[in-house]
Design a protein around this ligand. Structure first.
Ligand code: CAA
Length: 287
């Protein structure tokens, strides 16, 4: 369907969601020459606010001399904010709203009645089973999982099920390459690949801290200097958002019944106290 390169060049994309990942995904798509237009559609914040967040991110790159002003303005011009109804003619939708099954289902229900029938639907879920999100949908759904911070992280997990049409997988793989990412195709499973490894590691680091074995700083230093990780697991939890870490563990626990995914009580307490990491100004560190 989309194997013709000309069609890939003209792709119009809608990003649904204006949180950390929604806005950075919109930014990444806007910076791709082969993408003609990016609609940013309402999530937690309005579309206008979402576009403003992208504008500020591009401004920072210009200030740091990583991008020419003219290029930044061009990318921003490609981004349209407005109602979802305006996105009726898009070729590809990527949903990046809250990690909540009901919200995601509601979004796709709305999209099915708005978007043209050839439009491909993808979800950026970090843990929810794609099949469950797609329950009741008339068209196939595929996972396209980005990593935080999306403009920097090179990987995209493309999550497929036994019923994903090969043409859709090919399209998402090709578009991931077009935006400068390295895609890997993963069969649907709790946590996919990266989160299945990464999230239990963060949970384990929390238990080390909760047991008083080492300080937050020293646990992070240990993993940076002893395992060459770019940032320590507790700082990474703060970057991802501790609510997201908890949600992923809960899904993995529910899906597998395996106690190794039991969230640490300290993690649950911090989430209850809204110490969610960078986004709320406090997690394991203060921001
Ligand atoms: N947006 C855009 N660019 C950013 C950025 C952001 N939010 N944060 C950092 N950068 C850029 C910087 O501008 C800098 O660019 P240059 O190299 O061109 O100068 C580069 O990234 C490096 O940044 P810094 O020098 O400020 O800091 P650093 O070297 O410590 O790198 C980091 C920061 C990229 C976040 C690095 O620490 C890192 O890779 N950490 C691990 C991140 C990770 O594991 N993410 C995956 C989380 S799991 C997930 O997201 C999935 C899920 O479902 C939960």
């Amino acid at each position: 369907m989309f194997d013709n390169r000309e069609e890939v060049r003209a792709v119009k994309v809608a990003v649904i969601g204006t949180g950390t990942l929604g806005t950075t995904i919109a930014q990444v798509f806007s910076q791709c020459d082969r993408i003609g237009r990016v609609y940013i559609c309402k999530g937690r914040q309005s579309s206008r606010e979402g576009k403003e967040i992208v504008a500020r991110a591009l401004d920072i790159l210009v200030d740091r001399k990583k991008m020419e002003r003219q290029a930044a303005d061009g990318y921003l011009e490609k981004i349209y904010d407005g109602d979802l109804d305006n996105a009726a003619d898009v070729d590809f939708v990527i949903e990046a709203v809250a990690e909540d099954l009901d919200i995601k289902r509601m979004v796709f229900k709305g999209l099915e009645s708005i978007c043209k029938k050839e439009c491909i639907f993808a979800t950026n879920t970090s843990s929810l089973p794609i099949k469950e999100i797609a329950d009741g949908m008339k068209r196939p759904l595929i996972g396209m999982h980005f990593f935080n911070p999306a403009p920097v992280m090179k990987l995209v997990e493309v999550i497929i099920s036994a019923t994903t049409p090969p043409g859709i997988t090919e399209f998402v793989v090709s578009i991931a390459k077009d935006i400068g990412k390295t895609p890997i195709v993963v069969k649907e499973a709790p946590g996919f690949v990266v989160n299945r490894v990464l999230i239990p590691m963060i949970n384990e680091a929390i238990s080390i801290y909760a047991e008083g074995i080492a300080s937050v700083e020293d646990i992070d230093i240990a993993m940076k200097l002893g395992a060459n990780q770019p940032m320590g697991p507790l700082a990474l939890g703060d970057l991802i958002g501790l609510d997201v870490v908890l949600a992923i563990l809960n899904v993995m626990l529910r899906e597998t019944g395996d106690n190794r995914y039991l969230p640490q009580p300290m993690l649950k307490k911090m989430v209850r106290e809204r110490k969610l990491g960078r986004k709320t100004g406090e997690g394991f560190y203060k921001y």
